[in-house]
Design a protein around this ligand. Structure first.
Ligand code: SF4
Ligand code: SF4
Length: 501
């Protein structure tokens, strides 16, 4: 007995009176759900393959289709839910680890939604962003502890290398291989137009994208794929990836089937070989080892690029961040447990790591307590969904935020969470040429620019409402935040008061 006896998760509902049998759905579905039946003279559906990506629904010219979640459920209870029972069946059939994509979907607290933002009323009036200048630019990197002057009273300005952003948001790491060429092209173009950064992820940098170098963060992960001197010097900053929020404690794996053509060349590995990034960097077992890599990368780039160290938000994140700040890194990137991914073992994705809000607040506080907050900038990511999440993150202590899932949504992702299959119907998480060409980079970058410009307007309105006219003045300003429905312990870690206080 295999898994086939499980009733499909989704049902394809076709309105026969509207269907004109144009077979668009058949051509659009990479999962081969739809097929024309010569014998019956109608379109048929194999629902067991449907992942509810909504591609056929969106493109059906007569709106004849809808996909609904099946209400046929196993005899579940609060302990043995329908999903849990089906997972056991799947593993009993396959003997394998369950794989998923995107972030942790479980109903654990989303602290952003339990934090509210202040607004000015009678005194300290709000600022109208349409009439008054507002500063959304930020720079990331080490800052001096104090202002120093030379003998003539001039300010001594020997800043360490920085990256400058027109707003406190960047597109976070997504490798060429896990996402398509056209998705990368969209991100690179949009970052350049917006004056922010995108991130190569661990797959190296395709030669076509060197032109976007001033808006590129190049990543060095444990697999060192595509890492060479030109690559390191191409970007505006270098990121060492120690961990990732969606799968803390384990490495990455891009199957050999996806290592073809340009991807194999860019990663500098043979076609068809699995791209496995080990869980640890095999040369890093201490902060001293990390320091050696930080300075090797600085040396290789003549000390002209800031170095970011990216870690997953885990239990002792504050102590880890303190070590990273002392390693010589310029920026710490912390990735929360809701961060997305192209593929992760389901058990890891759903059970490992901690919420970014708690991690961010505790790291900022620890670095302040130790007097080393100016030694590093903090970038937080892991399900930043909107301008208000960005504003709350800055007020909790971040210098900027990484955004990935929201960027993919702008490109057309419908969060079907099956990126790991490589059959993304929206041309994003796939290398199949017929699917990749569905994403037009010009339209993709325009939509990303629109999204970020909309967020920029909202950020200005939110901070203007607080009577603040710059991101710099909002940083770590936790007095602007109040919690609702949180315990004393949660409020204390977040460093904020309860609403009404
Ligand atoms: S997988 Fe997507 S395109 Fe295929 S039937 Fe389901 S919703 Fe439609
Ligand atoms: S990127 Fe594609 S495969 Fe992944 S969740 Fe989005 S639509 Fe689905």
């Amino acid at each position: 007995m295999g898994v086939d006896f499980i009733y499909p998760e989704f049902e394809v509902i076709r309105n026969e009176s509207r269907c004109i049998a144009c077979r668009v759905c058949e051509r659009q579905c990479s999962n081969e759900v739809h097929a024309w039946s010569e014998r019956r003279g109608v379109m048929m559906s194999d629902e067991s393959r449907c992942v509810n990506c909504q591609r056929c629904v969106s493109l059906c010219p007569t709106r004849a289709l809808k996909i609904v979640r099946s209400d046929c459920r196993l005899r579940e209870n609060a302990n043995w839910t329908d999903a849990t029972i089906k997972e056991v069946y799947k593993q009993a059939g396959s003997g394998g680890v369950l794989l998923s994509s995107m972030g942790n979907p479980n109903p654990l607290p989303v602290y952003w939604d339990r934090i509210l933002i202040n607004a000015s009323q009678v005194t300290n009036p709000p600022i109208d962003p349409l009439r008054e200048p507002m500063e959304t630019r930020v720079s990331l990197g080490k800052r001096p502890q104090r202002i120093e002057r030379d003998d003539e009273g001039g300010i001594i300005c020997d800043l360490q290398p920085q990256i400058e952003l027109s707003m406190p948001v960047m597109f976070s790491a997504m490798s060429y291989g896990s996402i398509s060429y056209n998705a990368h092209a969209s991100l690179a173009r949009a970052a350049t137009e917006l004056g922010i950064m995108y991130n190569t992820g661990e797959g190296g940098l395709h030669e076509d994208f060197y032109a976007y170098g001033p808006h590129t963060i190049v990543q060095v992960a444990s697999g060192r794929f595509g890492v060479h001197e030109d690559f390191l010097n191409a970007g505006a900053a270098i990121e060492i990836k120690m961990g990732q929020g969606a799968k803390p404690g384990i490495g990455g794996h891009l199957p050999g089937a996806k290592i073809v053509g340009d991807i194999s060349r860019t990663r500098m590995i043979p076609e068809g070989s699995d791209a496995i990034s080990p869980a640890p960097h095999h040369d890093i077992y201490s902060i001293e080892d990390l320091r050696q890599l930080v300075f090797s990368l600085k040396e290789a780039t003549s000390y002209r690029k800031p170095v970011i160290v990216k870690v997953a938000a885990v239990h002792n994140i504050a102590a880890i961040a303190s070590g990273i700040a002392r390693s010589g890194a310029d920026i710490i990137a912390i990735d929360g447990f809701r961060g997305g991914t192209g593929a992760a073992p389901t058990r890891i994705r759903d059970n490992v790591g901690i919420p970014i809000e708690l991690a961010l607040a505790s790291v900022d506080q620890r670095l302040r307590d130790e007097g080393i907050r100016n030694d590093v900038s903090i970038v937080c990511g892991g399900s930043i969904r909107s301008a208000s999440d960005v504003v709350k993150a800055i007020a909790l202590g971040a210098d900027a935020c990484y955004v990935a899932t929201a960027a993919l949504l702008a490109l057309g992702c419908h969060l079907c969470r099956t990126c790991h299959t490589g059959k993304c119907n929206w041309g994003i998480a796939t290398q199949r040429p017929d699917l990749v060409k569905r994403l037009n980079p010009e339209i993709g970058s325009e939509r990303l620019v629109n999204l970020m410009n909309a967020w920029r307007h909202e950020i200005k309105e939110l901070i203007g409402g607080m009577g603040i006219n710059s991101i710099e003045a909002l940083k770590g300003n936790r007095l602007m935040l109040r919690g609702v429905g949180l315990t004393e312990k949660e409020l204390s870690i977040l460093g904020i008061n309860h609403a009404g206080e």
